[in-house]
Design a protein around this ligand. Structure first.
Ligand SMILES: Nc1ncnc2c1ncn2[C@@H]1O[C@H](COP(=O)(O)OP(=O)(O)O)[C@@H](O)[C@H]1O
Ligand SMILES: [Mg+2]
Length: 366
């Protein structure tokens, strides 16, 4: 019996376990959240803090390999566990992605383009950074930001003071605003054996900093663009001796790609792979960390993924659409909260467009 220990008890952990049970795997979790967590139906959860050595010990006992489903796991906790059992992705990947300044510096070292960026710790540094980078720009906290939280868009001079007011006290980064044609992401899985598999580029639509919809494969993608994205992902996974699934969010400008951020874990822009790819990102993450052969990443037709945010749709209405698949995460509705997603998968483009048009109004706009 192989047991995977997952740090984090959210929907990504839930979908990892759902992908792993058919392979005969067992799962245990650690997450401090009081009340219910999305993983609770899928295995034992140690309800302890990641920084509590006794809780970590209890979690690790009985686990053969440890992984995580969110990137803000304290690096020290991952390192503590790595001293006694395999922990994938390597804690160094957590370190590289938890701090936006380190992350962008790392991309730059790998020759991967990024927006211009500068560290900002004081109001004087902010003014100097704006002078150098120009407006529009985005001011972000270096750590702990997600779903657009902890960032402010600076369009004009009058946006500066309120943004500083809201974010000061944190270590910050100022980035040039990229007037992108679209946002895409590349997902790659690298196994302990060094084998790498790449998914087709995904086109992502965000609103208020939250992913709303993905289309896969990203329409009108030149093979050269796919190859460019893969080459960037290859540099990242090789440099970090990475194991597991990695996602890189990119801005497309013309036929160039600019790296926004990376996630050392399965990613929301890969949820379409559950029905839409020969092998899902969740299964390939598990195969990768167990050193098993990676599965085909080939897409199965035309695929859309719609996030369910804030309000639940009517289940029967969604399921009445042929080719629609509903995933609910067992979370109580709350504004701006990711509660689930719907995947639509069709063999031909015409049916896809028709059914997508029927599906869109059924998923409430938060
Ligand atoms: N420098 C930028 N230029 C243009 N848009 C940006 C920039 N930074 C962030 N955004 C927009 O905000 C979204 C969320 O920002 P991101 O840095 O990915 O933070 P999070 O960790 O919250 O996902 C991006 O997907 C993009 O739509
Ligand atoms: Mg992002």
């Amino acid at each position: 019996m192989t047991t995977i220990g997952i740090m984090g008890g959210g929907q990504l952990g839930r979908m990892l376990a759902l992908a792993g049970y058919p392979l005969g795997l067992h799962f245990r979790f650690i997450d401090p959240v009081a009340g219910e967590a999305p993983v609770d139906a899928l295995g034992e959860r140690v309800r302890g803090d990641y920084t509590d050595p006794a809780a970590l010990e209890q979690f690790a006992a009985g686990a053969d390999v440890v992984t995580y489903e969110f990137e803000n796991v304290p690096v020290a906790a991952a390192q503590q566990l790595a001293a006694r059992l395999p922990v994938y992705p390597p804690p160094a990947a957590l370190e590289a992605s938890q701090d936006r300044l380190r992350e962008k510096s790392f991309f730059r070292e790998q020759g991967i383009p990024t927006p211009p960026f500068l560290a900002v710790n004081t109001r004087e540094e902010l003014d100097a950074a704006i002078k150098e980078i120009g407006l529009p720009a985005v001011l972000k906290t270096r750590r702990m930001g997600y779903d657009g939280k902890g960032q402010a868009l600076l369009r004009a001079q009058e946006d500066i003071a309120p943004a500083w007011e809201a974010l000061q006290g944190n270590d910050l980064i100022l980035e040039g605003f990229v007037a992108f044609d679209r946002e895409v992401s590349i997902l790659a899985a690298r196994s302990t054996t060094g084998e790498i598999a790449y998914y087709p580029l995904v086109q992502n639509k965000h609103r208020d900093g939250i992913l709303r919809r993905s289309i896969a494969p990203a329409p009108d993608t030149a093979p050269e663009l796919q190859a460019l994205a893969q080459s960037y992902a290859a540099r990242v996974v090789e440099a970090l001796n990475y194991v597991g699934l990695l996602a890189i969010e990119l801005f497309q400008v013309g036929e160039t790609l600019i790296a926004n951020e990376m996630a050392p874990r399965v990613h929301n822009s890969g949820h379409w792979t559950i029905e839409g790819a020969e092998t899902s990102q969740f299964e390939n993450h598990l195969r990768a960390i167990l050193g098993l052969p990676l599965g085909s990443t080939a897409p199965r037709g035309h695929i859309a993924m719609l996030n369910i945010i804030g309000t639940l749709p009517e289940t029967p209405a969604v399921l009445a659409i042929p080719n629609a698949h509903l995933h609910l995460y067992d979370k109580a509705p709350r504004p701006a909260r990711k509660l689930g997603h719907v995947t639509l998968r069709c063999d031909d483009a015409e049916t896809f467009e028709e059914r997508l048009a029927a599906l869109k109004p059924l998923v409430p706009r938060d």
